[in-house]
Write a protein that binds this ligand. Sequence first.
Ligand SMILES: Cc1cc2nc3c(=O)[nH]c(=O)nc-3n(C[C@H](O)[C@H](O)[C@H](O)COP(=O)(O)O)c2cc1C
Length: 399
Amino acid sequence: MNIQEIKENIYFVGAIGWDKRLFDELIPLLNGTSYNSFLIKGSEKTALIDSIYPSKYFNLTGRLKEIIGGKIDYIISHQAEQDDIESLQEFVETYPESKIVTNKRCKLLLKDLLLIPEDRFLLVRDGDKLSLGDKTLQFIFDTQVNWPETMLTYLKEDKILFSCDFFSSHYVTNELFLKDEKKIYNAAKRYYAETMMPFRTSIIKSIKKIKSLDIEIIAPSHGPLYKEKKDFIVNAYKSWSSDKVENEVIIPYVSMRDSTENMVEYLAESLTREGIAVKVFHLTDSGIMREFVIALVNVATIVIGIPAVLTSPHPNIIYATYLINALKPKVKFISIIGSCGLGEKTVDILAGIVSKLKAEIIEPVVVKGYLKDSDFELLDKLAEEISTRHIKIGIANKK
Ligand SMILES: Cc1cc2nc3c(=O)[nH]c(=O)nc-3n(C[C@H](O)[C@H](O)[C@H](O)COP(=O)(O)O)c2cc1C
């Protein structure tokens, strides 16, 4: 992407990592991601917002030279996550007169991570303002989206919120501003699920905090910017982070010899008869894991399907359960179904992994070998129990 003017004297100077396949060596990317960086040219001072993908560092310095001739007064550092600060060290050397503007917490981390000298920092607190002449930056933090040191920047005169990871998505496009929300919905929801969901209560606080700002443009650190579609992303975040769950069950499962699969298929039919939406994810396909994570966002109930392998649940299910626990979805109920000789032990292992979740555990259904009539009855009872619980919390109607 070339230099693009967002508004007068405000430029997108970021880069696209088309080649990126794994973010943080953890999150699979479908077609790369963008590393957004912004330059604000005030009548007296200039400020750069967020850092850039290291292999594109020289493209950035070239662009800056073209726009402002090479002098930067401030580099705003929103948080100390490596993807946002990757080329900060080079920056400090290339622009020796520049100051890194950040908060106390972030400074301590930057000093440890990048060995940046003390005299290069300019510390700000929540609500502080920094004048660039005809443009004023205002800093917003104490909301933790998503780390304790994270802050956001509001450019008052131009009504732009530089929101860091908040409202980001790993979605590559050469459109600066999002035009069609249908195109981004899954990527934005997936970013929320994988990166923001564990901090759901902080997100609720942050949405309240930015409500008082008059925002025209939201400029996150990854993915497209929001102008006409800014209400779409704010409303989507409101819905994802709210306590409201949907009348839906997801069933992540693995089955080596079809016994668990037969149970999953039967339970899915039984839940459908109860009027509950069902999504089934066979977790031997790694691509499915991405879809499965998105489905965690608003789901009311998760039923995990397991066969026993070497006295434990199948390793893919252990991974998926670990992920569920780490991402802390607002799920209300969890149950387990499966076909395994060492039933109770495998169930105990899974129940132990979901310790961070506030969900209630519904009595598991564990069978041995070929499904018998009594096993089908147990699965019907499980579907009925899930339905009763959904009715009780007000997301399904009485039959
Ligand atoms: C590699 C392998 C390891 C297994 N380890 C155990 C085990 O430790 N304990 C057990 O009860 N069953 C074990 N089983 C048996 C399966 O859990 C059992 O056949 C189950 O019904 C398979 O369910 P599925 O058809 O859904 O794959 C193992 C099966 C395989 C193929």
